[in-house]
Design a protein around this ligand. Sequence first.
Ligand SMILES: NC(=O)c1ccc[n+]([C@@H]2O[C@H](COP(=O)([O-])OP(=O)(O)OC[C@H]3O[C@@H](n4cnc5c(N)ncnc54)[C@H](O)[C@@H]3O)[C@@H](O)[C@H]2O)c1
Ligand SMILES: [Zn+2]
Ligand SMILES: [Zn+2]
Length: 363
Amino acid sequence: MTTTTTAAVLRDPESPFSFEEVALADLGPTEILVDLVSVGFCHTDVVARGMAAYVLPAILGHEGAGTVAAVGSDVDRVAVGDAVVLSFASCGACDQCLSGTPSYCALFTPLNMSARNLDGTVSATDADGNEIANRWFGQSSFATRAIVDQNSAVRVAPDVDLTKVGPLGCGIQTGAGTVLRAMDLQPGQSIVVFGAGAVGLAAVLGAKLAGAADIVAVDLHQSRLDLALELGATRVVLGSDRRLVEKITDDGPGLDFALDTTGVSSVMEAAIDSVGPGGAVMLVAASEAGLSLHPTQLTGKTISYVLEGAADPQEFIPYLVEKWQAGEFPFDRLIRTYPFDQIDKAEADSHSGDAIKPVLLFS
Ligand SMILES: NC(=O)c1ccc[n+]([C@@H]2O[C@H](COP(=O)([O-])OP(=O)(O)OC[C@H]3O[C@@H](n4cnc5c(N)ncnc54)[C@H](O)[C@@H]3O)[C@@H](O)[C@H]2O)c1
Ligand SMILES: [Zn+2]
Ligand SMILES: [Zn+2]
């Protein structure tokens, strides 16, 4: 019997999502079928509208949480009935995967951003039998059911609230992971976070969890800065401030770390100028904008573009769940929920800034 899913299909970069019954292929040996309970809306889903490389029509969505409905013949990590958080796909076998940084997997791009399975096949077809791209970040979870490889699924305890934890699979992991894993921020160190959206505020939460002494948040919206202060920022500065870098550094030699989530050239450059010698700058935004620097601006500093917080979801997501349940990582304060059929409203609210982290609920 053919497995079907009700999916929000993006057919055209300019169009709203179209709700369609989509047929899914049989499971491959290491694949699982997941009944989705919720899925977060990440800014990178919006970026897909403008990505010529990603072939439409496509099912987007890459912050799913749900339960395992079926497993392929060789699946050994999860079983039917398990609660899972879905994250990006990785091969599990290359040097980066084996050393605990699967977001730098040698096959990251074909596994997460191509329209096809690695063998060239597709796993989803519409009512007319036409192919639909369904490997967006390995999961394509803007749908009631999704096929993912077992490497993308992180098992969590049955009592974990699956209406909340989907965003741990990308946006929250990216912000918190960049601080806790890529930077490995130590107690007493300092950090400035540019952009107080979902990723930036998750970084603020991560910095507080790590015991940072000085956590500076920068955004254009005072309401987001107010929230940053509630979540652990020790100081905030408006991004429009003419003395931005001086205020961040307090006219001192510079902070230990800077994270840019805005992808705006001038802001990324301010991030670089905000750290001192020995400091590290990490960039994460999905942006076409480049950098124009004089080499001396980098004196004694390191700079890196970080994917998915350089975290291993199998280790990091259970860690974040544990800290959340202990009340030390309240990422759910960023969430606003919508029924699945309100996906266009969720996208509009994400775009306008009305919602920091929209989460779609499947009934
Ligand atoms: N590298 C990765 O693995 C990864 C993972 C998830 C998301 N992303 C990307 O990270 C970026 C941030 O995602 P998000 O969900 O937090 O987006 P968001 O839109 O919620 O947050 C961006 C914030 O930056 C602020 N901002 C914009 N221009 C600014 C300026 N000039 N000065 C100060 N603040 C400014 C906005 O007001 C907003 O609050 C996006 O580009 C997204 O695609 C990357
Ligand atoms: Zn790999
Ligand atoms: Zn994402």
